[in-house]
Unconditional design. Sequence first.
Length: 567
Amino acid sequence: MSTSTETKTVRLGDVLVDRGLVSPQQVDEAILVQQEGGKRQLLGEILIEMGYVSQEQMTSALADAQDIPFARLNSRLVDRNVFGVLPIDFIEQSQVVPMFKVDGTLTVAVSDLMNFFLVDEVSQQAGCPVQIVAALTEDIKTVIEDVSQDEAPSFDELFAEAENASAGSETDSQRADVEDLGSDSPVVKLVNHAIHSAIREGASDIHFEPDEDEFRVRYRVDGQLFEKLQPPAQMQPAIVARIKIMAGMDISERRLPQDGAIRVSSRGNQVDLRVSTLPNKFGEKVVIRIIDNSNSLLTFSGLKLDADTQASMQQICKEPYGIILVTGPTGSGKSSTLYSMLNEINSSEINICTVEDPIEYNVKGINQFQVHSKIGLTFASVLRTLLRQDPDVIMLGEIRDDETAAIAVQAALTGHLVLSTLHTNDSAGAITRLQNLGIEPYLISAAIVGVVAQRLVRRVCQECGTEVEAPTNVMQAAKRAGLSIDKVTKGRGCSTCHQTGFKGRSGIYEILIPGDEMRDAIASGAGLGKLRAIAKSQGIKNLFEYGMAKVHSGETTVEEILRVTSG
């Protein structure tokens, strides 16, 4: 189909029914799911989730209805010389793949056949007529990643190019102009490549760290830092300047800390980068926090919860009012759990508001407010005002002080559902922390509907994991958790997991839903030991016991569990 051909307007449900892939009743059922609770999912996504049709069947049927060829795409079908005819940012954002060019017409693979303006956009970007081929979304993502990696210059090439540019732009005093260096093409390529490489590898943070005679770049992957590259030390000012330019910071201020933000497109997803600079003895250290807005983790299914844990979380987050607390140290996944709860209850019928510092993820249908302490816009002041905005559900990024705690508990007791975080070691510790913040025990007892304590542990790499005999210490640890373990899974280390033996992370949880005995104990001001004893008598698994169950299933190791729990 060329750009001059009219695009047929088709209805997905009709196409699938006409081809016998689904029944009219199944389409009606999916439409009902789409309408219930203000769901914003596309009809096709719902039909796939319900198991009525596969992605390949749906794409192939839509392509056939519009007289468009359908193909299973792979990188061998792509002419590498043609791939560069479209800007890489446009390719990643629009999820299109330039395949080949014949007689001046560019053939492009696309997955979104309902976007009737896409062909014109591609044609304008390429400057030539375009015909399209339908392909699966996952095939397009894989090809874009494969070809982009092949096309990307090596770090050594970028270092050499940047060093030459630096040398050519030095002044008589041997000091290069930082702003000029920050805009040099090799430096731009290097920063872009470092960011996209970190996103591809699943890093949560990038650290740019200057030292006396070296400059290293480290990625944090699965909670652990590892060195990725070491650019020449003289490139440090230029790299920092480039990042500041991208983040909208003051490039001339190198003595004070600064914060900024960048939004990039990677593999079709919008990725937000939070940038922080802090001067040290040898320059400015820069840390970039990577926040993937694809929201793949911000649902209970994305968190890969077991059935019992998911049922418990659904139970507490669907309470009409009260306070839910998620506890754990920094980096333990508390925000992901909170957002998953919000997504679980998000609908057009309720007013959900968040107060955050900073706003970590953008969620459609939710009112999100940013705290600005420097101008007096604190958690407490925003929360106090927010209660006059007719909220049904309020999410506080963190309860940091007694004033915020008091307002949050009062809101929970006056018909609002309040979700927030605390830094405590376990679920019972959240109760005593509220007491320490000056909240009366009887108010805590009345307000609290659930506490989730959690940690993140690394998963054993699926590529190199192998079963071995369980050592004595593992069997003893399993016995303490009421389990019997004869075999454990260990990762040998491979290129997929950077020789660590681990790839990805999984949550371990301790969920406290207070019963009558627990509420009576809280109201009487019971101490931590008493609360833990009652929780144990109610059959609540603690973090160690939950984690050892994951060791038993081969998902992680006992060393990981002992690293994040008291055992």
